[in-house]
Design a protein around this ligand. Structure first.
Ligand code: ADP
Ligand code: MG
Ligand code: ZN
Length: 724
């Protein structure tokens, strides 16, 4: 034992082992099969590196990422340890040298990529070498239930067997009970001693937010955490680029990171983040593995992740120094559906696997059970506190949900599982409880069970939440062999015999929350300042009267509502409001800005200008093209054809251009479109009409005389003349 510690100090310079390291190392030294589950950054590498140094011969380390392999080997070499790697990046000469050194017994650790391990010539060579033991790092890659499945990992065991009878150590930072079982089965190490460290990261705060006005929420959060390091994860490269750009124009030091970038750019952005030239890195999940920045203060998932395992791993990158770490997830069910669609070209099994992982993800997000409890349960860890307790809190514990007495509900669930012989999953069980007569239920004659339809008054979401909570209370468990099948535990049997009071929580209805907020045209619900809105309306009326124009020409209602929400006091801020362009600001802006300024001063209002959101792209290419073509007096039909638009779609674009404040001169087109008298009549109409609705105009002016497109173009001319 003292020898181990001596070596630890001598080679690595550490004076103490951390956590489970010592017991694990001793187990490996004894030649036993060992299975290590330890969170990222806890120090798994040492668990095989130290025994490799102590034992005779060469240890094989199988590791999935060539880049990390080189890194580890470099580090070991720097400690004076003779380690090498064997992978496809080596030249023939280098390969020969590595093999020679291994055979002569000089190399203590040989890192091998799984692809290289499967090559016949390498197997032959390894057979001749003296191998001390084999380590399988990132062992979750063996399981298609993990978040990072590598098919070559499946062949590891048979190849190792061909090499010799080697003790194994498998290591991973993340493994659900299902994945643990897969690893053990695949590596044929049922006899292995398992060492699991707790995954509870006490300094991390978990929160799930409905994904509405996500950009606004994002910028607000980042501005509230100014000058702190953070990671924003997005699912696609395109999204990464978009969000990085969006943050940059909003004065956040941000940079993108994804596999599609030039390697030099990628490396630079990563270094800039590590050196704090960049504060926020916007990345796909390609970013983070092997990155060890201790003071990442937040990890935001802008898109819903594909699995809870991946999610937990990614959030784990915050607060490694033990201080604050905020983990915010923007969730909406639509994201989940999108992810399912991406799977459509995969095999049936792959699709089903992906779907189950996604189901877990959405249940986690939508549930009102303590996040920490759910996450730890997912990783097979018992968490007996009823909520976050002494740790940093989660959103659920911070804002406790509604609860209800669930005794009878839990009994119903357990009865349903029992009466269906413990052979079905969550969906079927809830169907039986709710009395759904679908073909599946009928084929098992489950519609004749006494429990059938007992819970018909409640929705599917409700019962799925009850079943989940029954699982979390350990009355039910998921069968590890047949995916998703629910079994009653001993505790559950007892509960059925003697039901007792149990408090369950009500889930929030996420989708309706999102819809409700999404339907509001501008920034959060009707939270605009109604008093200011009235004042603005009054001002608009006065201005309109003075200019002899209808009020809507000045600003439309949604624009006023937005002003009464964000209180713009400068021209730049005013220009951010929907429907307000520079043209309008020059013509009408001043009195409105004055009014708002006065109002803000009088009422001590903190303006929203610190949350002003600039959009990255003001005008799309199409819009610019249309403006240029109209400037050159090109026929509208030609413009539409050039862009592959229908005529009506072109008018949509023209209207958008006009409403956002750009003046368009359509006279050249309108002159040839209608006789002058008709033009005048319509023009007069718009001048005096109470609204600018086209249907009203058609009623008034007569459908025989005008068609809709003519009127829409005339309205654009009218607004361009007077408003822009
Ligand atoms: P993991 O593979 O579990 O994510 P690593 O093996 O890469 O973690 O180790 C993470 C960091 O912890 C490394 O910088 C390593 O040098 C350090 N470390 C490991 N063991 C110890 C120890 N006993 N004392 C101090 N630092 C350690
Ligand atoms: Mg590691
Ligand atoms: Zn909690």
């Amino acid at each position: 034992m003292d020898k181990l510690r001596e070596k630890l100090k001598e080679v690595f310079g550490f004076s103490q082992f951390r956590g489970n390291q010592e017991v694990v190392i001793r187990n490996v030294m004894e030649g036993k099969n060992t299975f290590v589950i330890m969170p990222t950054g806890a120090g798994k590498s040492l668990c095989y590196q130290l025994p490799a140094l102590m034992k005779e011969g060469t240890a094989i380390v199988i590791s999935p990422l060539i880049a990390l392999m080189k890194n580890q080997v470099d580090q070991l070499n720097a400690f004076g340890v003779n380690a090498r790697f064997l992978n496809s990046t080596l030249t023939k000469g280098e390969m020969t040298r590595v093999k020679k050194e291994t055979l002569s017994g000089d190399i203590k650790l040989l890192y091998v990529a799984p692809e290289s391990l499967t090559k016949e010539e390498n197997i032959e060579f390894l057979k001749q070498a003296k191998i001390s033991f084999a380590a399988v790092d990132e062992a979750h890659c063996i399981s298609e239930w993990g978040h990072d499945f590598r098919p070559e990992y499946r062949r590891i065991k048979s190849i190792l067997d061909a090499i010799g009878d080697l003790p194994l150590i498998a290591l991973t930072a993340t493994a659900t009970p299902k994945v643990q079982l897969d690893i053990k089965k695949n590596l044929v190490m049922d006899d292995a001693d398992v060492f699991i460290s707790s995954f509870n990261r006490q300094n991390l705060y978990y929160e799930v937010r409905p994904k509405v006005h996500a950009k606004k929420q994002l910028i607000k959060f980042i501005k509230d955490h100014r000058h702190k390091s953070g990671i924003v994860y997005c699912l696609s490269r395109k999204k990464v680029e978009e969000i990085a750009e969006f943050l940059k124009v909003n004065d956040v030091k941000a940079a993108p990171y994804h596999a599609g970038l030039e390697p030099s750019v990628r490396v630079k952005n990563q270094d800039d983040f590590l050196n704090e030239e960049v504060e926020v890195i916007v990345a796909t999940i390609a970013f983070g593995m092997g990155i060890d920045k201790p003071d990442v203060r937040f990890v935001i998932h802008y898109d819903t992740p594909k699995s809870l395992e991946g999610y937990y791993q990614e959030t784990g990158r915050s607060g490694r120094d033990g201080l604050e770490g905020n983990c915010i997830l923007f969730y909406r069910y639509k994201d989940v559906l999108k992810l399912e669609k991406f799977q459509k070209d995969k095999t049936v099994t792959e699709r089903e696997n992906a779907k189950l992982l996604l189901d877990e993800m959405s249940m986690y997000a939508e549930s009102s059970v303590c996040r920490r409890k759910q996450l730890l349960h997912y990783f097979g860890e018992k968490y007996d506190e009823s909520n976050c307790g002494k740790t940093m809190w989660c959103d659920v514990c911070k804002y406790p949900p509604e609860t209800y007495e669930g005794k009878n509900h839990v009994v119903t669930v357990l009865e349903a599982v029992k009466q269906t012989d413990q052979r079905f999953g969550l969906k079927h069980t809830s169907d039986v409880i709710r009395g759904v007569e679908n073909p599946h239920v009928k084929s098992y004659k489950h519609n004749r069970l006494p429990i059938f339809g007992n819970g018909k008054d409640d929705k599917e979401e409700f019962w799925s939440s009850v079943i989940r909570q029954t699982l979390l209370h350990h009355y039910l468990e998921k069968d590890l062999e047949s995916i998703g099948v629910l079994k009653i535990t001993r505790l559950g049997e007892e509960f059925l015999k003697h039901p007792k009071s149990i408090t369950l929580v009500k889930d929030k209805d996420f989708e309706s929350l999102i819809e409700k907020e999404d339907n509001e045209p501008h920034i959060v619900t009707k939270s605009y300042d109604e008093h200011l809105f009235d004042l603005l309306k009054k001002l608009r009326k006065d201005v309109a009267r003075k200019k002899n124009l209808p009020p809507y020409v000045i600003f439309q209602d949604p624009s006023l509502e937005e002003m009464a929400t964000v209180y713009p006091t400068t021209k730049e801020e005013l220009a951010k409001i929907n429907g307000v362009g520079m043209g309008k600001i020059t013509k009408f802006g001043k009195p409105f800005l004055d009014l708002i300024q006065e109002y803000v001063d009088e009422n001590d209002i903190i303006t929203a200008s610190d949350v002003v959101i600039k959009s990255a792209i003001n005008k799309s290419k199409t819009k610019i093209f249309i403006i240029q073509q109209i400037d050159r007096k090109i026929d509208l039909q030609e413009i539409a054809d050039a862009k592959g638009l229908t005529f009506s779609e072109l008018i949509d674009e023209i209207e958008n251009i006009c409403y956002s404040g750009t003046k368009l001169n359509l006279d050249y087109y309108i002159e040839n479109m209608l006789e002058p008298e008709k033009q005048e009549d319509a023009y007069d109409y718009f001048m005096n009409a109470p609204s600018d609705r086209i249907s009203d105009a058609l009623d008034e002016l007569g459908e025989e005389e005008y068609d809709e497109e003519d009127l829409r173009l005339l309205r654009v001319k009218f607004l361009s003349d007077h408003a822009n």
